[in-house]
Design a binder for this molecule. Structure first.
Ligand code: 4AD
Ligand code: MG
Length: 432
């Protein structure tokens, strides 16, 4: 089929083009009908004049069911009211795939209904826009790390280790052994950093969390950079540059999507200004207490109201630094002159979007790491290979993990992380 798209055709006003489309909506009055069309990339209007297409085709098309697939031929013409600046004056059309009783209509549907029809909901304008932003973040991630001398390393999905704690593991059988779906590739990325210097991974991770919040997925995608000869301060600089780069890329390349989502672009621009503010965990607790939060004590992890308050206080992404040891994983390095906190930071997004990055400097001392592993009740045998990294040329190194869907949710201004991934895996949702 020799078809074009409106993206290519829009600069050819006056020319006759042939495009494969689906009908998203239509209305007519008398001798004129308007079809709302999408070709997979753009959403645009097709204009149908009875005088152009003849009585029969006009009658067929003016009531054509939603999501019918068509091949339309027509002339590209200017329309200043269209977001893409053009529309198609249809000359002829042929039905390629019929459609009947399409379940998602322009009326309001509840979220459960939409989630049950996720395979179709993807076609709708807003969902399409959110996933365009996701795609841009993916592309910009590769650009950023390749431009900065990182190499991509793929850690395994089936593992025997549990870097982020054993309570949230997906268990599976690996022939006659126990195995888990990876909850983070970090430990493998540390091995890779000792082989390649600066590395990043980008892949699916799994958390059997019984959380039903707007920030939690069971399966989500994580970007995990790891850098040899890099301390926590230097890692934080990479983190903020990376985030600012992603915001810039989305502002530059996702104009139509941001407009559909009615995202405040002036606000987004403020997030490209570096550096981001930093606050210690200790000071964050004091800040909360001074502002009337009496439900949190030093040593507690933050809940989302706490994170939201802190982020709103700065109205920028903010690093909360040096958390208590008891609430963070075993692999982190102790802060100098403090035996109660780690050299780590979480980056909290503004506007209530919560933690988007978790990162730290890694413990490099063999004995300390061994003690940490034992203290967490983890198997020293399982982590033998990880301990090896501290035996042969151990160097200071740091890294972090960015949750892709949290980033997409924030930049697109979407309420819930479930819309930031094509087919979300949620508590009680494995369909479709
Ligand atoms: O803070 P987390 O658990 O950190 C790690 O896994 C480290 N090993 C990363 C590293 O240093 N290499 O997860 C990192 C990020 C979080 O900040 C959040 O953005 C995202 O992953 N994340 C989730 N996103 C969606 N649903 C969930 N259930 C998530 N859990 C974490
Ligand atoms: Mg975290």
């Amino acid at each position: 089929m020799d078809l074009t798209t409106m993206k290519k055709a829009k600069d050819h006003v006056g020319e006759l083009v042939k495009i494969g489309v689906w009908v998203t909506n239509r209305r007519s009055s008398g001798k004129i009908a308007f079809l709302q069309l999408r070709d997979g990339v753009f959403y645009f209007q097709g204009v149908l004049l009875k005088s152009e297409v003849g009585e029969d085709l006009f009658e067929e098309l003016k009531n054509i069911p939603q999501e019918t697939a068509l091949i339309v031929e027509g002339t590209v013409q200017k329309n200043d009211r269209s977001p893409i600046g053009v529309e198609l004056l249809i000359k002829s059309a042929e039905v390629l795939g019929g459609s009947h009783d399409y379940p998602i209509t322009p009326k309001d549907h509840g979220i459960d209904f939409l989630m049950d029809h996720r395979h179709l909901w993807l076609r709708s304008h807003k969902q399409h826009a959110v996933l365009q932003i996701r795609n841009e973040i993916i592309k910009a991630t590769y650009d950023f790390f390749y431009d900065n001398g990182f190499i991509k390393i793929d850690p395994p999905i089936l593992t025997g280790s549990a870097p982020e704690g054993t309570s949230e593991l997906f268990h599976t059988e690996y022939f006659d052994q126990d195995a888990y779906l990876s909850q983070s590739g970090q430990l493998y990325m540390e091995a890779a950093a000792m082989a390649f210097g600066k590395v990043f991974s980008f892949g699916p991770t799994f958390r059997a969390e019984k959380s039903k919040t707007r920030r939690h997925l069971i399966e989500f995608w994580m970007i995990e950079p790891e850098m040899a000869f890099t301390n926590q301060d230097q890692s934080i600089k990479v983190q903020e540059e990376y985030i600012a780069y992603l915001v810039e890329a989305v502002l530059e390349h996702c104009q139509p999507a941001l407009a559909i989502l009615e995202r405040d672009q002036e606000l987004l621009k403020t997030y490209t200004q570096l550096p981001y503010p930093r606050i210690s965990y200790d000071d964050a607790i004091t800040l909360l207490k001074d502002n009337g939060f009496d439900d949190i004590e030093w040593g507690d992890d933050f809940g989302s109201p706490h994170e939201t308050f802190i982020a709103n206080h700065f109205s920028k992404p903010v690093f909360i630094m040096n958390y208590p040891k008891a609430i963070k994983p075993f692999y982190m390095k102790a802060a100098p002159n403090r035996d109660d906190v780690y050299l780590c930071a979480d980056l909290i997004a503004p506007e209530g979007y919560g933690e988007i990055i978790g990162g730290s400097e890694r413990e490099t001392d063999f004995d300390q790491l061994l003690a940490n592993i034992k203290a967490k009740g983890l198997s020293v045998e399982e982590y033998g290979w990880y301990l090896d990294l501290r035996k042969y040329g151990s160097v200071p190194h740091s890294g972090f993990g960015l949750g892709l869907e949290r980033m997409v949710t924030w930049l697109s201004g979407t309420e819930h992380v479930r819309e930031a991934i094509p087919f979300p895996r949620l508590l009680h949702r494995l369909y479709p």
